[in-house]
Ligand binder design. Structure first.
Ligand code: FMN
Ligand code: SF4
Length: 518
């Protein structure tokens, strides 16, 4: 009997040598005349164990990792094909605590199935949400998404159902679904993992959005730095079209929906929805003033849903299991689950999907296992480059949109970057300003000029030049940027800067250079 062996094609696994492992296994199996089938799945999200090799046995899937090509001979000798013991054996994949303790709704199939097999997708519950949506009136689909409490996972946390209702109610013979797969936030990879590990869930979510709002065309806007995601998405779209999941009559419904993958050059600001729409239209990626809202005048001036990958990929499970099922997870106004992306100086980095409500301390210390360096955690940046730095004193903050806002932070796209005690928070504040200066689209003065002045001011503080005056100037600049910027790039850069100054003031009083030189 053919034994199925899973080796991820996910970019993180590839970066750690998954292709070399797959090739070496194929070679070794050939020499030993073994009857195996290598399936290139997505990642399970346990990055410290990649490349993770799984073998399907009668007892379920058994995991081994991290595997190097040179490990294969000994693995096969030990009985890899029967899931036998070996120093790299991790036991049943689903029993690994990092995976076992998750609530995988959006990522239920990621790492489990062959990403480009529609049959595998269907065998694992795929398309049930779309089938239900087809049998419902568009307004009822929108209501279901609204009732689920789903909020945009791209950063702003805007209720998805309300956005869809605006597009549904907007007059217009042509409407669009635009999936924001730019994923520019440092330390985030959930969008990429879904596109590489379960592309059909995104296609299904976009098709549901199309049917619900009256849009017949969708675009996935991603960046050139995601070549593997682009390849998998294009492959999956071709398969979906051939199977009638996309096209003039979606699953025989008589309603049309088709989509394409578009690739941007990779500018952080092109993740901002209006700059994204400009880029998609072939224009320079510069922010548009709102109003008009994209929901009313978006792509090509038509009503457009712009949603993040995870928002759209969460819709199939909501439609399949019902709004109440999804809403039951979470806390406060943060309903459902969130794929945490744990990165930086951390022992167990990776993707962890869980209901909202875990504290930051539980996430960093228990799930992440503390720092990779073994030194104490000093700061955690939550929400990408525009997110605040949290000190240990705020580790009791629950992962919830409002709880983070109450502490002058944000959860954004749920990227969590861990730093140990060697981090210099003044340098991090300077980096935030520098990042903003480099990535600013230049449309408004507080961001374009303020960020450059911010870098200069941080440098003066570092050099011990009139520190008190320059600290006050930095805070004043932050205030101007926060309240005077047109979009959240300039508007939120003050979060990392001010949180660094507020929680780590000792780093903003370095010894003056003259003294240091003496
Ligand atoms: C500078 C900047 C960069 C952004 N980058 C992204 C991004 O990479 N991906 C994303 O989904 N949203 C990004 N956003 C948020 C989008 O503007 C928008 O709110 C989001 O795509 C809406 O989808 P959602 O409601 O599903 O979250 C960014 C916003 C700003 C201001
Ligand atoms: S805040 Fe920055 S990125 Fe946003 S519109 Fe103004 S200049 Fe452009």
């Amino acid at each position: 009997m053919t034994v199925r062996i899973y080796i991820p094609r996910d970019a993180a696994a590839l970066a750690l040598g998954a292709d070399r492992v797959a090739k070496a296994l194929a070679r070794e199996a050939d020499t030993r005349k073994l009857d195996i089938k290598i399936v290139r799945n997505g990642s399970r999200g346990m990055h410290w164990l990649e490349p993770l090799v799984e073998v399907e046995t009668v007892e379920g899937r058994i995991a081994y990792g991290p595997v190097k090509p040179s490990d294969l001979a000994s693995l096969l000798d030990a009985g890899l094909l029967e899931g036998k013991a070996h120093a790299l054996c991790l036991g049943g994949t689903e029993d690994i605590p990092f995976l076992k303790n998750q609530t995988r709704l959006t990522f239920a199939r990621c790492g489990v199935i062959d990403p480009v097999s529609l049959d595998d997708y269907k065998a694992h519950g795929g398309l049930k949400g779309l089938e239900k949506a087809i049998a419902m009136a568009p307004a009822d689909v929108v209501k279901e998404v609204t009732d689920s409490g789903l909020r945009g996972r791209g950063g702003a946390g805007f209720p998805t159902g309300i956005k869809w209702k605006t597009v549904l109610d907007a007059p217009g013979d042509r409407k669009y679904i635009v999936c924001n797969a730019d994923e520019g936030d440092s330390g985030t990879f959930a969008d990429r993992m879904i596109m590489e590990g379960d592309p059909f869930v995104l296609i299904e979510g976009m098709a549901i959005a199309g049917l619900a709002t009256g849009a017949a065309k969708g675009y996935v806007y991603t960046r050139s730095e995601y070549p593997h995601a682009i390849a998998v998405m294009n492959e999956a779209v071709t398969v979906a079209r051939a199977a009638g999941l996309l096209g003039p009559s979606v699953l025989g419904s008589g309603k049309a929906f088709d989509m394409e993958i578009r690739v941007g050059a990779g500018a952080y600001v092109c993740g901002e929805e209006t700059a994204l729409l400009n880029s998609l239209e072939g224009k320079r990626g510069i922010v548009r003033a709102k109003p008009p809202l994209p929901a009313l005048q978006g792509f090509m001036g038509r009503p457009t849903v712009v949603n993040n990958v995870i928002s759209l990929a969460s819709v199939p499970v909501i439609m399949d299991k019902g709004a109440a099922y999804y809403r039951d997870f979470g806390m406060g106004r943060s309903r459902g689950t969130i794929p945490l992306q744990i990165a930086g100086n951390v022992k167990h980095g990776g993707l962890y999907e869980t209901a909202f409500g875990l504290t930051l301390g539980e996430i960093v210390d228990t799930i992440g296992g503390g720092t990779a360096s073994g030194r104490p955690v000093r700061a955690v940046q939550v929400g990408g480059p525009l997110g605040a730095y949290f000190p240990r004193a705020l580790f009791d903050t629950p992962f919830d949109y409002e709880a983070f806002a109450a502490k002058d932070g944000l959860i954004g796209h749920a990227g969590i970057t861990v730093f140990d005690e060697t981090v210099d928070m003044l340098k991090q504040a300077r980096f935030a300003m520098e990042f903003c200066a480099v990535e600013s689209c230049g449309k408004c003065t507080p961001c374009r000029i303020g960020s450059t002045r911010g870098v200069e001011t941080a440098d003066k503080i570092a050099q011990g030049i009139e520190p008190e005056k320059n600290r006050a100037l930095l805070a004043d600049l932050c205030n101007t940027m926060k309240f005077g910027s047109l979009c959240a790039l300039g508007g939120f850069t003050p979060y990392p800067v001010m949180s660094a100054m507020t929680h780590f003031p000792e780093d903003f009083s370095p010894a003056p250079l003259v003294e240091a030189a003496e």
